[in-house]
Design a protein around this ligand. Sequence first.
Ligand code: NI
Length: 150
Amino acid sequence: MLAEYLRSHWAAVRAGLLETVAKFDDADLDFAPFDGAYSVRRLVLHIAHEEYGEVQHGITQALPSWPEDFDPAAYPSRAALESKLAEVHTETVRLLAALDDSDLAREIEAPWGATAPLADMLRHVIEHEIHHRAELSLILGLLGRPGLDA
Ligand code: NI
């Protein structure tokens, strides 16, 4: 039941993220709300990168080390960002699909030394996505456009 809840919750969060990202034009991607803040492009890449690191290094440990940041210059358009989000999330969904509730109770020792049940590690990644999705929505407001109606 928890596994199914996490799958459906993340699917809903992701749908809202994609709806939010789709409200930006390519010309908006370098907008940052204040000096030193992440731009729209960097925020989207940060969501994908955190998921990639937490899932593929922290949980599955398929990656032997925390991944290098994704190079913003390699993602010149919204379509390129959406493609990166999908690439990372496809692997996460594959992992989630194979989980049942007993897997979620399993304690995972992350390579950085913390130990937590798998469910908690996944919840953290979902919360991270919601957190930055809200920042993107706020940025839409700063650009004078409607944000996400979550
Ligand atoms: Ni973050």
